[in-house]
Ligand binder design. Structure first.
Ligand SMILES: [Zn+2]
Ligand SMILES: [Zn+2]
Length: 207
């Protein structure tokens, strides 16, 4: 079994090598930030256009998408990027070694995944709500990409901005804590938030 796995892994590595190289470029990084914002805005616009008569449902679908993405952001970062998943684990390790580098998802992947999600959601709910649910996910993803880029290149003056950015900078020193970038919500819920105790020493707060 082992002897079969190794050639398969080598073939996979060879097949994805051009995509990995492309995902390390500045053009891909900037292109994906732009594409993600554009796709999020287009999905929300199309969803609002189709929903019309149900503003409460529209808001609920968009809010659920945002909340769902905050979970995806946490789960991917904790279990996949800090795991051994090809394209995610090694790519994320490069980001920890060089936080201002350009490693990011290939720009075409998120729109492809969102297209599949819209199709699946539309089987379960009206098309307008499916677009808004996917729009919430897409806007959450765009906010994550922009937040992560800004946190590593900007020094915030406002104390709230400094505290928000510090949560992620702490993750770079303590990779087993603070997995949420846009929000600490799931770190608080699942007990992986890095906190100072009364003695002033720091620890990961377990639930
Ligand atoms: Zn980072
Ligand atoms: Zn990390």
């Amino acid at each position: 079994m082992r002897s079969l796995r190794e050639p398969i892994r080598r073939s996979f590595d060879r097949a994805v090598a051009p995509i990995v190289r492309m995902s390390e470029t500045r053009a891909n990084h900037l292109g994906s930030l732009f594409t993600d914002v554009l796709v999020g805005a287009a999905l929300v616009w199309a969803g609002l256009y189709r929903t019309g008569a149900h503003p409460g449902m529209a808001l609920l679908a968009f809010g659920m998408g945002l909340l769902a993405f905050s979970w995806v952001e946490y789960g991917f970062h904790r279990w996949l990027m800090h795991g051994q998943v090809p394209l995610l684990g090694p790519g994320h390790r490069k980001h920890h070694e060089n936080p201002t580098g350009h490693d990011s998802m290939p720009f075409f992947l998120p729109p492809m995944i969102l297209a599949v999600l819209v199709s699946l959601f539309a089987l379960l709910m009206p098309v307008g709500d499916a677009l808004l649910l996917a729009g919430g996910l897409a806007c959450g993803y765009a906010a994550y990409g922009l937040s992560h880029a800004v946190i590593h290149v900007k020094r915030f003056r406002h104390p709230l901005g400094r505290r928000w950015a510090a949560v992620h900078h702490v993750h770079h020193y303590h990779p087993d804590a603070n997995f949420g970038v846009t929000t600490p919500l799931w770190d608080i819920v699942l007990g992986t938030r890095y906190v100072r105790n009364q003695e002033g020493t720091e620890r990961i707060k377990r639930a």
